[in-house]
Structure formats: structure tokens, C-alpha cells
Design a protein around this ligand. Structure first.
Ligand code: PGA
Length: 249
């Protein structure tokens, strides 16, 4: 399949963050009640800092915006310092004027995970779908916690994390030790993500080069979940030169 993915190669991680933040700021300026999808991890931290700066210095308002996050660790309370709810509050939501009730992060302590996931999907539908979803990518090509083998039509659900993902998140940036990393998560599915009208995936550093090459130039396959964005009508990868180093071009 000829990949539709548009690839923007930037000189630095800072330039990746500026371009990504500009895309979301343009959307919110054009559509005050935009529905945005967000991601956690190290890669989007700078993008969130840029958006918070635009809010402070350029009156960029999120007062009518609704946000949905990709995933949450199963078993972690939103108050846990490694929960994605905590990450989103401290990296973005606490620094902008988004209304807390318009921020949707899956509840990692939900009594009934299937109901929690169905409710998340229903909320996305009830606000008319997601205008633009920010994504990261794992070294194994995962998007959200859709690990290799995830079906193209998967929906929000409880999933197991692979050892690669557990190791990537216990390298000292987040959890100190692999034993502390939860083994499961609630994650939006590939099908859920593909329904967003626009997708923006960020990657920086050489550790992501193989995954970016497989996603853009490899076959459309569940073996590399991000390759299943190849037929999306509006998907942009914003990467630095290191992450782009494996691309054929
Ligand atoms: P990272 O995570 O931004 O921390 O590298 C990305 C991901 O695993 O999706």
C-alpha cells in the first residue's frame, strides 16, 4: 500500500514540539470547541509546554475545548504520580483554561473496565468525534498501548503490555524499576484512533528510527500497529532527523 502519511522532518526536538503545538493552536483558533486527542510519554512534554506558553502569552484559549487521552495504566488511581491523569494535569491541564470536566482520561481503577471503555467511546461519539489526535510511537511501533498484533478495528479495551513497553517505561524517566510498571492498561483501539479526522504522530531520537521506518515504508500490518495509519486521509508524522534516519528517501 502506498503510504499516505505525510512526514515532516525537523532539525531538533524543539522544532518538532513547535510544529506540533502550532498545529493544535491553529485548530483551536479556528474552532474554539475543537475536540482534541492527547498522548502521554516523554515526547509530547515539550509540545504541551509550548501550548501552555501560547495560552499564557498569546491568549490561546481552551475554555471550550474537549480532550480525550489515549490510555491509562490499569490499577493506578488518577492521583498516582505515574498515572496518565496525573501526567496530563501536571504537564498541560493545570496550565491552561480547559474545563476539568471536559478532560477525559480513562479511569485505571474503574470497577468495570468494559463499561469504562464503552463509556469513553460513547463520549467521543457524543461530541462528534475527535478533530485531531496527537500520538507517540513505541520502539516496537505501538500507538497508545496497542501492541504488535492489535487488530485494525480494535476499540478501547483492557490490554496487556509487552515486555518492550514495560522496559521502555522503567528506564528511569517514569518508573524506576520494571517491577513497578503495571502489566495492563486501558487503551483506545486502533479503530478508535483511525476515526479521528486528523492524526499527528511525534517521534524523536534514534530509538524510534526503526519504528518510524516500519510505520511509513513497511507493510500495512498489525506487526507494526502504527503502519495501520498508512491509509488515513490526514496523518502527519513530525519527526527529528534521528527518528527519520531509517526512512527510504
Ligand atoms: P515516549 O513514549 O514518548 O515516552 O517515547 C511513546 C510511546 O510509547 O507511545
Amino acid at each position: 500500500m502506498a503510504a499516505n502519511i505525510k512526514v515532516e522532518v525537523c532539525d531538533s526536538a524543539e522544532a518538532v514540539a513547535s510544529m506540533a503545538a502550532a498545529k493544535f493552536a491553529d485548530l483551536v483558533r479556528a474552532k474554539a470547541n475543537a475536540v482534541i486527542g492527547l498522548a502521554t510519554g516523554s515526547t509530547p512534554e515539550q509540545t504541551y509546554a509550548e501550548l501552555a506558553k501560547m495560552h499564557r502569552q498569546q491568549d490561546l484559549s481552551f475554555a471550550a475545548v474537549t480532550a480525550f487521552n489515549l490510555d491509562e495504566y490499569w490499577g493506578l488511581d488518577g492521583d498516582h504520580d505515574q498515572s496518565y491523569r496525573h501526567f496530563m494535569n501536571s504537564n498541560l491541564f493545570d496550565h491552561i483554561d480547559i474545563r476539568p470536566w471536559n478532560t477525559h482520561v480513562l479511569n485505571g481503577k474503574a470497577v468495570n473496565p468494559a463499561l469504562e471503555c464503552a463509556g469513553f467511546e460513547a463520549k467521543i461519539l457524543s461530541v462528534g468525534g475527535i478533530d485531531m489526535w496527537l500520538l507517540g510511537i513505541g520502539p516496537n511501533g505501538h500507538i497508545a498501548f496497542n501492541e504488535p498484533g492489535s487488530p485494525v478495528d480494535s476499540r478501547t479495551r483492557l490490554v496487556n503490555l509487552t515486555q518492550t513497553t514495560i522496559d521502555a517505561n522503567s528506564d528511569g524517566r517514569f518508573f524506576k524499576d520494571a517491577s513497578e510498571v503495571p502489566r495492563c492498561a486501558l487503551s483506545a483501539g486502533i479503530g478508535t484512533i483511525r476515526e479521528a479526522r486528523s492524526l499527528v504522530l511525534l517521534a524523536t531520537g534514534s530509538k524510534k528510527a526503526d519504528a518510524i521506518a516500519a510505520a511509513v515504508d513497511g507493510p500495512f500490518s498489525p506487526d507494526c500497529p502504527s503502519s495501520m495509519l498508512q491509509d488515513h486521509p490526514d496523518c502527519t508524522f513530525i519527526v527529528d532527523a534521528e527518528a527519520a534516519s531509517g526512512l527510504k528517501r
